[in-house]
Design a protein around this ligand. Structure first.
Ligand code: XMP
Length: 487
């Protein structure tokens, strides 16, 4: 039996020793970092694939702020695909394949579709690539007969003002203004309809200059999948819908079936970006990296809602888990990025995780209180709060059971035996925290300051210069505000 003697450390056990710095302004530092070898984020933060944290709304807000959201997987493939599509359509100079409606549909049906897709207009095509009409909210809002066909109110081809592909944003802006339009179809030189530019998209394009975007100018988004055979279908559907990265979501990622899944995905989808985890050891991180994962997610039990360590006795304090995992990957001669997942409560925790070698951090509970997280706030003891729950909590298991009842998943090989759930997570409430961009602003501000204290212009330099010092409980007490009453 091995008993490792060196202590397992977590964020509160250490501080970083300040280094000589040439940084004169917090604005001079670069906070960007690699999520995977092909995805660089200006803000090295991703939101957790938890059903109380990341659905489309959170993913959109995260990408706009320069981070990225990972959609949870506890929904049908179709629902998850739809969430990816929502993010992909949220921004971008031109929407490709905008939502279309048949010209025989009624005004009522058009209204319903616009509401369900949350869009202000629909295109009418001939089923191929010819545009035969355009219908917007304005056309249907006060229509006296909602059972009339949309052809009676739509804008007809001879009235449509269109532009050519490749138009510059400023030019699109001018055409929209001069003609007082909100939607501008893009039609190529052969008369083929290729997409739609909307006034809203142009505005968003200008409002979020640092957003995380793909090569087609759409917001980036990740999506979680499981490791069973039917998850390959899910992976294919998510990638087809435009997901930028897949996250293999499994509590104990250092497992043969997880390694096999990484290898299978690598073979079937050579270009896909794949994050695998979770692990908390050098061996675990190395095995997943060698299997072909593009990033390794690290964290067994550090999360605020996790009880894995209590229930199973397994886990590694998070700072040590990060240090070990990075060392495991590097010892195999690989540069695979490591994601520190769980236990991040402050910007200081994030700086420590990055200094220890993580390239990005994943955050759950801190974001669960945000406006963009699923669910509405409630008042508890006079305070506005939102619910957060571990994905291995009893509540999450019961929800999965209900969903399974409503829409049995024929492809699932091992449906959970719901009556015998052993929870490894809890349900809780967190204070309502407003918009996630405000929290990220504070986190990035802390990171910028942290880089300056570390004598570093970027995260790579922070890691190179990092020197941790272990502290005592007295040191921890001294680190927070003390001997004053906080107001
Ligand atoms: P934070 O601390 O940011 O952690 O809320 C988020 C991470 O916690 C993990 N997670 C769980 N771990 N039981 C666990 O042991 C659970 O029920 C559970 N749910 C989420 C997950 O890695 C997440 O990103």
């Amino acid at each position: 039996m091995i008993i490792r003697e060196s202590k397992g450390l977590t964020f509160d056990d250490v501080l970083l020793i300040p280094k000589r710095s040439s940084v004169t302004s917090r604005g001079d530092v670069d906070t960007s970092s690699w999520l995977t070898p092909r995805i660089c984020l200006r803000v090295p933060v991703i939101s957790a694939n938890m059903d109380t944290v990341t659905e489309a709304e959170m993913a959109i807000a995260m990408a706009r702020a320069g981070g990225l959201g990972i959609l949870h997987r506890f929904m049908t493939i179709e629902q998850q695909v739809r969430q990816v599509q929502r993010v992909k359509r949220a921004e971008g100079l031109m929407v490709e394949n905008p939502y279309a409606i048949n010209q025989k549909a009624t005004i009522q049906e058009a209204k319903k579709q616009m509401k369900s897709y949350d869009v202000g207009g629909l295109v009418i095509t001939n089923g191929g690539d010819e545009l035969i009409g355009l219908i917007t909210q304005r056309d249907v809002l006060f229509a006296p007969d909602v059972n009339a066909p949309i052809s009676s109110v739509m804008t007809r081809p001879d009235q449509i003002i269109s532009v050519r592909p490749g138009i510059a944003p400023e030019e699109a802006r001018r055409v929209l203004h001069e003609n007082r339009l909100e939607k501008l179809p893009v039609i190529d030189e052969n008369g083929r309809f290729v997409g739609l530019i909307t006034a809203q998209d142009l505005i968003k394009h200008e409002q979020h200059p640092h957003a995380s975007k793909d090569e087609r100018g759409r917001l980036r988004v990740g999506a979680a999948i499981g490791v069973q055979a039917h998850d390959l279908d899910r992976a294919g559907a998510l990638l087809d819908a435009g997901a930028d990265v897949l996250v293999l979501d499994i509590a104990h990622g250092h497992a043969d079936h997880c390694i096999r899944m990484v290898q299978t995905l690598r073979t079937n989808y050579p270009k896909a970006q794949i994050i695998a985890g979770n692990v908390a050891s050098a061996d675990g991180a190395r095995d997943l990296a060698e299997a072909g994962a593009d990033a390794i997610k690290v964290g067994i039990g550090p999360g605020s809602i996790c009880t894995t360590r209590i229930v199973t006795g397994f886990g590694v304090p998070q700072l040590t888990a990060i240090l070990d995992s990075v060392q495991g990957v590097r010892s195999a001669g690989l540069e695979t990025p490591v994601i520190a997942d769980g236990g991040i409560r402050t910007s200081g925790d994030m700086v420590k995780a990055l200094a220890a070698g993580a390239s990005t951090v994943m955050i759950g509970s801190l974001f669960a209180g945000c406006e963009e997280a699923p669910g509405s706030p409630v008042i508890r003891d006079g305070q506005k709060v939102k619910v957060v729950r571990g994905m291995a909590s009893l509540g999450a298991a019961i929800s999965r059971k209900e969903r399974e009842r409503e829409a049995p998943d024929e492809s699932a090989e091992n449906p959970e035996d719901w009556d015998k759930v052993v929870p490894e997570g809890v349900e809780a409430v967190v204070p309502y925290r407003g918009h996630v961009r405000e929290i990220l602003y504070q986190m990035v501000g802390g990171l910028r300051s942290g880089l300056s204290y570390g004598g570093a212009k970027n995260i790579r330099e922070l890691q190179t210069h990092a020197e941790f010092i272990q502290i005592t409980p007295a040191g921890i007490r001294e680190s927070s505000h003390h001997d004053v009453r906080k107001i």
